[in-house]
Design a protein around this ligand. Structure first.
Ligand SMILES: *[C@@H]1O[C@H](CO)[C@@H](O)[C@H](O)[C@H]1NC(C)=O
Ligand SMILES: *[C@@H]1O[C@H](CO)[C@@H](O)[C@H](O)[C@H]1NC(C)=O
Ligand SMILES: *[C@@H]1O[C@H](CO)[C@@H](O)[C@H](O)[C@H]1NC(C)=O
Length: 431
């Protein structure tokens, strides 16, 4: 009997909440004079990150009205309409997992490819600056919204996070512009402006500041869109992208042995990982508990995303692929073929040539056992630089992650450095 009464009440409360959010959004939209086209409805929550940016709540929005208006002007003006054969791929990874290398496979498919390298760098930087810390919920929303717009060739939301704010959609500050072939193509290359300092220059040709209107127009002509990011924490947060009828999105999650990742980070980000090093060298101080917690948190995020992906819920069916960096390093061409096939993007001779050249697998020796053995030694090199006691900490913090991805535990220093034992189990991840 109780159920009869509770359901309508809950329903009513939900309606009130939804209605309230809609009203706020339409009020904000009215104020900002946003153009809404039928294909690009503003989504509830679309402003949450911007509100956070200015550290004000909705009622106080008018204070920042002018800035907001400028930032959101022509939001969603350039967007693509759905077209058959268009593919959208998000390469999800974490730092030091080889994602730049794997991203480059796609970047090399340059003639029909829109490839972006870490656009969310700007979002993370701005949110961190503005709030003095990161709010995971707000970041996740901002990341998702920016990605969604970028896949639709719309840079305006990303623009709002670029510092300094682009003027007339022109910027000299896009993070690692030169890492996207697409952004240095003739059609996106504006004339060089004397005296304008550009942080990230094109390597292939001399270009002036980046005109994002040109980038957007050129993007609309490309069939394949690939974005690489090390910033998305949970695959589940990206579910709305799978529900957008304008997108045909696939996710490739790239993972690597967490022990190897830590070994690599200790070198690449030496200052940040100083306490690990000191502890490993036998310093007096015990290992910082927060560091271990962070490590565990990272591993758990990666594992939870993979668990969602491998479970294949209906919204992800056929859209998720898990790849281990170790497999790519050992069998680059085979794994590249699988990734391109999964993405529905043709693997061009140009891409193949690049892979051959950059994996030192020459045509004559590919498939030969000795070559493979050499590559696998390379991929397990960390075993001779990571102290055993750190490997143990990682195994404790990231046990379930190691297990899921098929990385063998080591029980002694001897086992860690025993070349005859591979720590990579053969594992096929069915999708
Ligand atoms: C925004 O769009 C309007 C109308 O299309 C145009 O007049 C205006 O110049 C645009 N603003 C920017 C900053 O591009
Ligand atoms: C984080 O962001 C969410 C969503 O915007 C908000 O509801 C929450 O209050 C924020 N948390 C903090 C600690 O600021
Ligand atoms: C940027 O590109 C657009 C589209 O090609 C063009 O209309 C605009 O004039 C360019 N802006 C500048 C400052 O060159």
């Amino acid at each position: 009997m109780r159920i009869k009464y509770t359901i309508p009440i809950v329903f009513f409360v939900a309606l009130v909440v939804i209605e309230k959010e809609n009203r706020i959004i339409s009020r904000v939209s009215d104020k900002l004079n946003l153009k809404q086209t039928p294909q690009t409805p503003l989504q509830p929550g679309a402003f949450s990150h911007l509100v956070l940016k200015h550290n004000v709540s909705f009622p106080a929005l008018s204070k920042d009205f002018k800035v907001m208006k400028r930032r959101l002007e022509n939001y969603s003006e350039h967007q693509e309409v759905p077209r058959k054969g268009r593919k959208h791929v998000l390469l999800l990874a974490t730092t030091r997992t080889g994602s730049s290398f794997v991203g480059e496979f796609f970047n090399q498919q340059s003639d029909n490819m829109f490839y972006l390298f870490e656009p969310l760098w700007h979002v993370e930087k701005m949110l961190t600056l503005d709030t003095g810390g990161t709010n995971a919920t707000a970041s996740a929303k901002a990341y998702r919204d920016v990605l969604q717009q970028l896949f639709l060739c719309d840079f305006s939301l990303l623009e709002s996070f670029i510092d300094p704010l682009p003027v007339n959609h022109i910027t000299t500050n896009l993070f690692r512009r030169e890492s996207s072939s697409f952004l240095c193509e003739e059609s996106v290359c504006s004339p060089v402006v004397k005296g304008v300092f550009e942080r990230y220059r094109c390597k292939t040709r001399r270009c002036g500041p980046l005109n994002l209107t040109m980038a957007s127009e050129s993007c609309l002509k490309k069939d394949h869109k690939v974005i690489k990011s090390v910033r998305v924490r949970q695959l589940e947060n990206l579910r709305p992208l799978t529900e957008d009828p304008r997108l045909d999105i696939r996710f490739i999650q790239l993972v690597r042995d967490p022990r190897a990742v830590l070994a690599s980070r200790m070198v690449a980000f030496a200052a940040k990982y100083k306490s690990w090093k000191e502890w490993a060298l036998g310093g007096e101080e015990p290992l910082n508990e927060d560091e271990v917690k962070k490590l565990k948190g990272n591993c758990d995020n990666i594992r939870m995303s993979a668990e969602v992906g491998l479970r294949q819920p209906p919204w992800l069916r056929g859209r998720y692929m898990l790849v281990r960096y170790e497999d790519i390093a050992r069998f680059p061409m085979r794994k590249a073929t699988e990734m391109f096939r999964f993405s529905g993007i043709p693997l061009t001779p140009q891409v193949k040539a690049w892979i051959l050249k950059n994996t030192q697998v020459s045509k004559e020796t590919s498939g030969v056992y000795s070559t493979q053995k050499k590559s696998s030694e390379q991929v397990e090199k960390w075993r001779f630089s990571l102290p055993f006691k750190i490997a143990q900490v990682v195994q404790r913090a990231c046990g379930p992650t190691l297990k899921l991805f098929g990385y063998k535990f080591v029980s002694s220093e001897k086992m860690l450095t025993d070349k005859s034992i591979s720590l990579i189990e053969d594992k096929v991840f069915r999708v």
